[in-house]
Every structure is written in C-alpha cells, then in structure tokens.
Ligand binder design. Structure first.
Ligand code: IVH
Length: 678
C-alpha cells in the first residue's frame, strides 16, 4: 500500500530531525538528545521506509550505511582542478609571500583568512540543489576516485544542506581526517584482534576512506572539515573567503573553529605561533597553518602559478615524522644500570632538529617493532621528547635479511664497565650488574651512598657529585674518603669553609651501622628495611657476602628476586673491591652477633618488657641481646608478656606485672637466661 500523506510527512520530519542531531553531535559536539532517542528516530524511519520503499530517497540518513562493496572506484573528473599549496618553512618565506601579494595588490596591509593545515586527505563534495550527489578524492588533482558511498558514512558530512539559499551546484573542498582519540581507539581494537596497527591518523583516515566495502569505512570514525569551494553556481558569491566559510557553516557543513582573519605578516606569524602552541591539545593532527588572501577579488587577480595559487601558502611546522636508516643499534647504560637500546640513525631533519639517535626502549619494544640494523624506519619527534622509532618500513628491509637484534646476545657484559648483564625473568629490562663500579651508574650510586638514610654525608649534593665524577676525582664511594681539603676547595661553589665541613662530614660517616652500610651499597631491590633485616639476620658483612642464595631466602621478606639481586651484586668482583677499599679507608660498624633463625635461642618466641635502668647495659643493648636470643621486646605489659625485666627505679610497668602475675627478672636473671644455650 502506498504511503499516506501523513507517513510521507513523518518520513520527511524524521530525516530532518536525524540530520539535525547528526550536526549537533558530529559537527558541534553538543548533542541535544541521548543516543537512545537518536536510535529510536532512526529505527522509526527505517520501519517507515521498509513498509513504503518509495519513501526511501537517496538522501535519506538510512542510506548512510550498507551500500554494497565495489569492485573498483569510478573515476571522477574535477570541474576545477584540486591543486596543491606552496610551502613556507620560515618567517622569511612568509614575509616574501606577503611581499609578493602586496606587489600585485597595492601597498596596503593585506587581510588574510588563516586556518589549520589539516593532516588528512583532500576530498570534494558536490551538492546539487542542496543535496549530496557525489564525493571524490583528489587523485592527481584533475581526476579522482568516486568515494561517495564511503563519504556518506561520515556523519559530520550532511546529506542535505540546511536552510534556504543553497547554490544550484556547490562543490565543497575539505579534508577527511581521523581524530586522535578515534585513532587510538582504532589501534587498540586492531591490537586486540591481532591485526596490524596504523602508523598515524592520516594513514588510518586514508586507509578507511579508500575501502571498497563501505561497511568497513562505516566502522571507522572519520571527521571532515571544509576549507574551500570548487564550484558555486546560481547564487552570488560572498566577497571574502571568511564569508564563504561562514555560509558553509550556516548550511551545517563542518568548518573548523580555529579559523581566523588576521592582518599583515605580524598577524600571520602570531597565528602560526598560537597554533603551534595549541597543536598538542588539538583533537586532530595538523602539519602547519594555511594563509589565504581573504578578498576573493584579490585572489582572482593574483591567480595561479603552475599548480599552486599565488594567493595562498601553507606555513608548515617542522615535520615530526621522517624516514631514515638504522646504521647501528647500541646500548646505553642508565642510572639504574638498565641497558637502553638506541638506534644510531642516518641524520634526518625531524621536528625542527637533526636527529641521529632514537630510543628503542627495551628488548620487548625491539621485538614488537622488529627493528634490525640496516632497516629503514619512521622516526618521530613530538614536543621535546626523545625521538623514537615508530615502525619499520618492511619493503625497504635490506637483502640478505639482517638478523634479529638481541641485547643480551650482543652485550653479555656491560659496554661501559664490562660487568655481567642480566635480564630477570618477566622483566623488560636487561641490566648491568656493575653497580658502584659502572661509571654510568656512579653518580647516582654516589648520591645514594651519601644520602641521609645511608652513610649520611651531609653536604654532598648533586652539583658536587657531578663535578667530582666529571673531573675523575671520585670513581667510587671509597674515593670520597681520600679527598683532600685543597682538592675540594678548588671546585666550583666551594670555599675553604665548606670544603672543611664536607671533609668533616665524610670523616663522621665512617662510623656507621651494618644496616646503613648494606643500604648504602645500592644493591638493586634492597631498600632500607631489607638492609636492616639482612644486618640483623647475618650479623656481619662477611656472613652476608658469602652466603648461598638459598640462605638469603631464609631471611623474612626476602624472596627469590631480592635474593638474586643480592647474590648478583656480591658475585661481581668490582663490588667486593670497593667494599674492601671502604673498610680499608676506615668505614666501620659494630658487628652484631648473628641472629638465630626464628624458633631457636633461649628466648625463642618470648615477649619481654623492659622497665627501669639496668646497671650493666643500655636499654638499646638489652633489646638487641634479647632479640639475638630469639625474643621480642614489647612496650607495654599484658597477659601475653612472658618476662618483665626490671632495673632500678622501675615504675608502673613493674606494678602491672605484679598485678597480672607476669614473671619478673632482675638484671642478673636476664643475663643468666641470655647465657643459656637454646
Ligand atoms: S586550501 C588551491 N586549506 O593541503 C589549494 N588546503 O598542499 C587549496 N589542506 O591538498 C587548498 N588543510 O589536502 C587548504 N585549510 C586548508 C588545508 C588544506 C589541509 C591540504 C589539502 C591540499 C593540501 C595542499
């Protein structure tokens, strides 16, 4: 049955409503209705059109998706050629452009319409009487490909121009691109499905638009910004470029909000700087800005030279991605001994500087990108971050194929100090075990050694350590103890007084504790608490250094990773040498008797409370000895207390013990207990 007048009207209402909400959502980024409501409108229209196929017009929003795959794209001859822009890379070239414009137009300051230079791909959209009829790629500038079905899947592109006054024929020129966030999401889903990731948003946009199956394009989120016209027939053309864009925007075509009108070279350069600063926070990639003479009559007078207009120019940002060759892969030793692979590159100008190195992060990254020596790679430099290798260009891999790059196979020992290199299971990073000995780690190690919780050398800060190491005055911590006041006084920002103070601080640090000393060595994974546990458990440095890895794991809280780090550290001859030198220089501590493992010792498992003053030992010493006997010292008396040790002038704790019937020991009784064998 044919559609009633009511249904016909409803279908038209729905089409307009849906296109209006597309515009609110995709162009203005300011939706008025929830997604569910939008879906309801679309479904209602689909139902109507299913019941009355004669209502299904080609410009219906239901027709945006679902076109059948093509065998190939049809060719489209451009009515007006789609030309390119000349580029300016410097302020001088911009000034020269403005001078040329003024030479042709008169001396007055010129008004320019300025816009971002979108990093996507150019298309032309043709509207006849306000209805979308065709969309084409730029191709060679004269002939492009008909990608109408794909462009219709881009919701920001209206199927009909809104309002009245649309030209009989309008060709809108603009750029199709992918927003950074949609690019990230696309790559995340490619990764999840084990498919190849796109190198950048531009490639992703191009790959998506040139799909023969529009359903694939529909599944990718593409954006579009109009920046000009190819045809405008039947209505008068506004006098300026800015007004043309305003008209396009009024017809609900997406026009970028970052556009401006400025005057003279100063205005151009200010816009360039503003957009350069805004670039990282823009939702899409730009590779520069475009300057266009605003007055269309002036534009016409200026005309074209060969394939580019004389009235416009692109002022490019320095490229942030370039292709170059990997001459070698070397490793650098970082502050924690981490070996970082670095690609040595054929020098290439990218992001405004010449780049010769790019980080490859670690072995996993090398494997993921499969970077090999001799490969051609894309390097990226964004902001002031370290340049990195984005991807390999597989087609340019040399013959014969170079071998995979394996850090450990290449560098079984540290390239800086010759110590062994290890990569822990499940760890991304390979490390030099050189520790204190490795120069690359020396400064950091010295700072750690001197820090407050380690050897506590007051006044030995970063600036000083830099000078000491850079002038080869200090190679390892033991050298600190041989420094002469005169040597120090000769350093920058060092007077005689501060030199003397530093010498005194170094001297004072010689008397320390075993726990602090172990901590100061900077053994990987050994923090302050572990150092204390180790000191307590082993009692002497010798015992710790010569213990097999299994015994290390007997220490509470020391797992296989920590134990391995400790064993690796003491396996290194250099580390042992430095320790020897430190002791020779006079670094010393009171060695504690070794601690019995828990569950042994005369006070094993017992809790003691100390009160009053003991005659023959300090409270600290009593505590140490009780702990050495396997006991624990608590601060207050309870029913769980096994012994209260009472010295002279014992107070409330003694009274409490008497009340609770807890065993009370005097000093002699304690000594007797401690003297017993377990
Ligand atoms: S105007 C006569 N404006 O840059 C040339 N182009 O190098 C008219 N582009 O193919 C081009 N943003 O793909 C113009 N705001 C902008 C642009 C822009 C990006 C691209 C466009 C063109 C290429 C020219």
């Amino acid at each position: 049955m044919a559609a009633s007048a009511l249904e016909r009207r409803r279908a038209e209402e729905l089409r307009q409503a849906i296109e209006y909400h597309n515009w609110r959502y995709y162009v203005l980024d300011a939706p008025e209705i929830p997604d569910a409501e939008y879906d309801r409108l679309l479904r209602e229209l689909e139902d109507l059109e299913a019941r009355h196929p004669e209502l299904r017009s080609t410009d219906s929003p239901t027709q945006r998706v679902g076109a059948a795959p093509l065998a190939q794209f049809a060719e489209v001859a451009h009515g007006t050629p789609m030309l390119s822009l000349n580029n300016a890379f410097s302020e001088g070239e911009v000034a020269a452009f403005d001078r040329r414009v003024r030479e042709a137009t008169g001396p007055a300051e010129v008004e320019y319409a300025v816009e971002p230079k979108f990093d996507g791909l150019a298309v032309g959209l043709t509207y006849d009487d306000g209805r979308f009829v065709q969309g084409a790629t730029r191709g060679d500038g004269y002939t492009g490909e008909d990608v109408s079905a794909n462009l219709l899947t881009v919701r920001a592109i209206p199927m009909r121009l809104a309002g009245a006054g649309a030209p009989r024929r309008l060709e809108v020129r603009g750029e199709v691109l992918m927003l950074k966030k949609d690019f990230e999401a696309l790559n995340a889903s490619q990764r999840a499905r084990g498919e190849k990731e796109f190198v950048n948003p531009r490639n992703a946009a191009a790959g998506s638009l040139r799909q023969l199956d529009p359903r694939i394009t529909a599944s990718r989120r593409l954006a579009f910004f109009a920046y000009g016209i190819g045809a405008w027939e039947g209505v008068p053309l506004p006098p300026t470029h800015a007004e043309v864009l305003a008209k396009l925007a009024a017809w609900r075509l997406p026009v970028n909000p970052e556009r401006r009108v400025v005057k003279g070279v100063a205005g151009l350069l200010a816009y360039y700087r503003d957009m350069g600063a805004a670039r990282p926070t823009l939702p899409f990639d730009i590779d520069g800005v475009v300057y266009k003479v605003n007055d269309l009559a002036l534009q016409a007078r200026l005309g074209f030279v060969s394939r580019a207009p004389r009235f416009a120019i692109a002022h490019k940002f320095p490229a942030q991605e370039e292709m170059t060759r990997v001459d070698d892969i070397e490793v650098q030793v970082g502050r924690t001994g981490a070996l970082t692979p670095v690609a040595r590159l054929q020098p290439v100008f990218v992001g405004g500087v010449t780049v010769t190195n790019a980080t490859l992060h670690n072995q996993d990254e090398i494997d993921r990108k499969d970077v090999r020596i001799g490969d051609w790679v894309i390097v990226r430099r964004a902001g002031d971050v370290i340049p990195e290798v984005v991807s390999v260009v597989p087609a340019r891999r040399p013959h014969p194929t170079p071998p995979r790059f394996d850090i450990l196979a290449r560098h079984p020992v540290c390239p800086v100090c010759g110590s062994r290199v290890v990569r822990g299971e499940g760890e991304a990073v390979a490390r030099c075990t050189g520790g204190l000995y490795c120069p690359a780690q020396r400064k950091q190690a010295l700072l750690h050694f001197a820090s407050r919780r380690a050897m506590d050398v007051e006044g030995l800060g970063e600036k000083l350590v830099d000078q000491l190491v850079d002038r080869s005055l200090v190679g390892n911590p033991a050298d600190l103890y041989a420094l002469a006041p005169d040597t120090l006084a000769g350093l920058e920002r060092m007077g005689k007084k501060s030199a003397d103070n530093l010498i005194a601080a170094i001297e004072a640090s010689k008397h320390t504790t075993l726990a602090r000393f172990i901590f100061s060595l900077g053994i990987r994974n050994v923090g302050e608490a572990t150092a204390r546990d180790l000191a307590k458990h082993f009692g002497s440095l010798d015992a710790l250094m010569n213990t097999p890895i299994e015994s290390l794991m007997a220490v509470p809280d020391v797992g296989p990773i920590v134990a391995q780090s400790i064993a690796d550290f003491f396996l290194e001859g250099h580390n042992r040498k430095v320790i020897g030198a430190l002791q020779e220089a006079g670094v010393h501590w009171t060695e504690n008797p070794p601690q019995p493992p828990p569950g042994s010792g005369p006070l094993a498992g017992m809790t003691c409370v100390l009160t009053g003053t003991l005659a023959g030992m300090s409270r600290e010493e009593a505590k140490t000895r009780i702990e050495a006997a396997g006991g624990k010292v608590a601060g207050s008396v309870s029913k769980k207390t096994d012994y209260v040790v009472a010295g002279a002038d014992a107070g409330s704790k003694l009274t409490k013990a008497q009340e609770l019937g807890v065993n009370i020991l005097d000093e002699a009784a304690l000594l007797a207990l401690l003297g017993k064998k377990a």
